[in-house]
Design a protein around this ligand. Structure first.
Ligand code: HIF
Length: 288
């Protein structure tokens, strides 16, 4: 007998093992030497976050339920440029496990990407249902990187997060890079963009940052190597006293960062979802 959900009359109730199988299949396709820094992990994390970060706690609209980024106009929103790469990558997993909703798949894949890139275990639970085009959120709900701390607070308070949580989430910019053909910005935040560490906070505090001289959008570069970047919204975390004190805490203590990040990133992926079950899964990483 199969140690997983039973098929009865076409209905399929997936078990923890079935979700772990999806995790394993995602983990297997993340590394690819022909793509960016050798991993789809960062762009998959960005997909999970952009699918979730549209949440508005007042109107209870947006969030990861629905996976409405499959549809225009949301897929065409400027903030989502480049995410087709991640959606297309996960299409193969959806074909192999057709019972999983896109909204569960995208968030589970983000969890797998974080864990496989050396990050903490992110407790995750299923229960998201896919919506249709009518649930697409209006443009402008995701943050604009050219702005300051006031904008950051407006965007993340709307999702229900506080200052400490904004800073804890921000450590994910240790991962990946900016692409001129997506956001217009250019370059990675850290020297190890496929490993989650607290380097983002350390570099923010320890490097000297100056405006990059170029024709692109305003961004910062590290004075010593000119190979790293910070967005104006990243720099806001050390300009603002309330934010900076948390940057200092996370720069000093990677375990604290991992604990707080796992908690807040897990909740980000749950925004706007009317779960029927409390129980969360902790997936085995391939290195366990
Ligand atoms: Fe990002 N983010 N993000 N981000 N982001 C980019 C890339 C990534 C913001 C702007 C950008 C978060 C918050 C914010 C990731 C994960 C998270 C890019 C570059 C921009 C401009 C896109 C491109 O050109 O490819 C802003 C303004 C944010 C508010 C602070 C989250 C906390 C850090 C919530 C988060 O988890 C990841 C991963 C990438 C890298 C994607 C890649 O393709 O490498």
């Amino acid at each position: 007998a199969r140690a997983s959900g039973l098929k009865t009359g076409g209905a399929f109730t997936p078990t923890r093992d079935d979700f772990q199988r999806v995790y394993n299949d995602v983990a297997e396709i993340l590394e690819n030497n022909d793509y960016d820094n050798g991993s789809y992990g960062p762009v998959v994390v960005r997909l999970g976050w952009h699918a979730s970060g549209t949440y508005d706690k007042e109107t209870k609209t947006g969030g990861s339920n629905g996976a409405t980024m499959r549809f225009a106009p949301e897929s065409e929103h400027g903030a989502n440029a480049g995410l087709k790469t991640a959606r297309d990558l996960l299409e193969g997993i959806k074909k192999k496990h057709p019972w999983i909703s896109y909204s569960d798949l995208w968030t589970l894949a983000a969890v797998a990407a974080i864990q496989e890139m050396g990050g903490p275990k992110i407790p995750w639970r299923p229960g998201r249902k896919d919506g249709d085009v009518s649930a697409c959120t209006p443009d402008g709900r995701l943050p604009d990187a050219s702005k300051d701390q006031k904008h950051l607070r407006a965007i993340f308070y709307r999702m229900g997060f506080n200052d400490q949580e904004i800073v804890a989430l921000s450590g994910a910019h240790a991962l990946g890079r900016c692409h001129t053909d997506r956001s217009g910005f250019d370059g990675p935040w850290t020297f190890s963009p496929t490993m989650l560490t607290n380097d983002y906070y350390k570099l923010l505090l320890e490097e000297k940052w100056a405006w990059k001289k170029w024709n692109g959008p305003k961004q910062f570069e590290d004075v010593s190597t000119k190979s790293l970047m910070m967005l104006p919204t990243d720099m806001a975390l050390i300009k603002d006293k309330e934010f900076k004190k948390h940057v200092e805490r996370y720069a000093k203590d990677n375990d604290l960062f991992f604990r707080d990040f796992a908690d807040v990133f897990g909740r980000l992926l749950e925004l706007g979802v009317p779960f029927e079950k409390e129980e969360k899964f902790i997936f085995k990483s391939t290195t366990d």
